[in-house]
Ligand binder design. Structure first.
Ligand code: UGA
Length: 435
């Protein structure tokens, strides 16, 4: 069986590489020739733990290859995984231009019956429309099946999530039952529970999962903000509620809101999807609003302690979360812009994401090569991403290096005890300030 993957972004690259690791022969296609050229040299365009080693290993084994030629990618394929981007349009809805272009190209280049598997997150109803599209464009004597197979991997632990995911969702119409069975057989060696549904339900599972996780985060952030005012401690509260199995302890880390390429985009898209069928998704609208507020909150808090005008501020962490170089929708961008608007001088540090951040942050931001370089002589430090290298820096180092040791921690990296012992001013989320 030959497998093609359309799109070498996060999902495409991980899908292609992991399928090759499972013993399949995979060719990954992308329209960006430079990206393909780098991949052909075994270089990954994204930072993801273990990905580059797996790419190299599977290329050497002859199971994984990369091409910018559509014919080469789709001409021989039995299964095509669609993992192209669905960026956000101005009104919050998903832009399906890349999906349509890929379906058209697959239809023009296919030479045998094909199973089209959609990994990209697409609005409910899209896979059904794709079925109609490919039916219209493909050679008449060939068959094309369409399967919805949404992806649940997290950046930073994508390879692990592929092999040890909680579930695999396979949505197909009755007519494509055989294709769904083929895909189930492909995934079977992973031993992960498979949820078999119709197309619309599979699409909905993806949006509902991300929306629910985003809701958990906004919920705990609101509880944290109330904790601060009533003298409760969010760590104890989150632990206490998380032990209830019906609630679960995951995704209850209060902080500066969710970022990344998925939650912000998918929550807005689901509000749109609901709106299209005259349903106002008020709960999710509130989740989004709370998140926007939370991303800006740390600077507002800082202003209660000091004027930021003319101050040297260290911004620690730029990626939207640790173990990724992705800064899309990261709180660091909101915070940096707010700090600059308040008249602060910003020195930023991130172990991996600096190059990407440079494209998103104003040019007046300066960059340090280490935590200690960033905090040297600083008047305040903002902790934005809980990288190990940041949270393992003892608070005593902050006290020694900074001009004024005041730390605004958006990720609750330290205990209040440590802050007291280190003799620093420490303001975190959902906990009493140490002054
Ligand atoms: C998320 C989902 O977790 C994946 O299941 C999904 O496949 C993916 O989106 C997607 O749709 O492609 P990801 O965006 O990589 O994955 O990252 P998460 O680990 O979910 O974190 C998202 C954001 O939430 C980060 O900014 C993180 O800091 C924040 N977060 C997470 C919190 O603020 N508190 C928490 O308790 C957990």
């Amino acid at each position: 069986m030959k497998i093609a993957v359309a799109g070498t972004g996060y999902v495409g690259l991980v899908t292609g590489t992991c399928l090759a690791e499972m013993g399949q022969t995979v060719v990954c296609f992308d329209v960006q020739e430079e990206k393909i050229a780098a991949l052909q040299q075994g270089r990954s365009p994204i930072y993801e733990p273990d990905l580059e080693q797996l790419i190299e290993k599977n290329m050497e084994a002859g199971r994984l290859s990369f091409t910018a030629e559509e014919k080469e990618a789709y001409g021989e394929a039995d299964i095509v995984f669609l993992a192209v981007g669905t960026p956000e349009k101005e009104d919050g809805s998903a832009d399906l231009t890349y999906i349509e272009a890929a379906v058209s190209s697959i239809a023009q280049n296919m030479t045998k019956d094909i199973v089209l598997v959609t990994k990209s997150t697409v609005p409910v109803g899209t896979n059904e429309r794709m079925r109609v599209m490919i039916e219209r464009w493909k050679p008449r004597f060939l068959r094309a099946s369409v399967i919805s197979n949404p992806e649940f991997l997290r950046e930073g632990s994508a390879i692990h999530d592929w092999f040890y995911g909680d579930r695999i969702v396979i949505g197909a119409s009755e007519a494509d039952r055989e294709a769904a069975e083929l895909l189930i057989r492909l995934y079977e060696p992973l031993g992960i529970p498979i949820v078999r549904t119709d197309l619309a339900s599979a699409e909905m599972i993806k949006y509902a999962s991300n929306a629910f996780l985003a809701t958990k985060i906004s919920f705990i952030n609101e509880i944290a903000n109330i904790c601060e005012k009533v003298g409760a401690t969010i760590d104890d509260v989150a632990y206490g509620i998380g032990l209830d199995k019906r609630i679960g302890s995951h995704f209850l880390r209060a902080g500066i809101g969710y970022g990344g390429s998925c939650f912000p985009k998918d929550t807005k898209a689901l509000v749109q999807i609901a709106g299209n069928v005259q349903h106002q998704f008020e709960l999710l609208e509130a989740v989004i609003q709370v998140n926007n507020h939370q991303q800006a909150l740390l600077v507002e808090k800082a202003k209660q302690y000091m004027s930021l005008r003319g101050k040297n501020v260290a911004l620690l962490g730029l990626a939207f979360k640790p173990n990724t170089d992705d800064v899309r929708e990261a709180a660091s961008i909101v915070i940096a812009n707010r700090l600059l608007a308040e008249g602060a001088h910003v020195v930023a540090y991130d172990p991996i994401a600096t190059n990407n951040a440079k494209r998103h942050l104003p040019s007046s931001v300066r960059y340090a090569r280490s935590v200690t370089e960033a905090i040297r002589d600083a008047d305040a430090a903002f902790i934005v991403t809980e990288w190990d290298v940041i949270k393992q820096t003892p608070l005593s180092v902050f006290r020694e290096k900074m001009r004024i040791p005041i730390i605004f921690d958006g990720r609750n990296c330290y205990s209040l005890e440590e802050a007291k012992q280190a003799n620093v001013t420490y303001v975190s989320i959902g906990r009493a300030a140490v002054v």
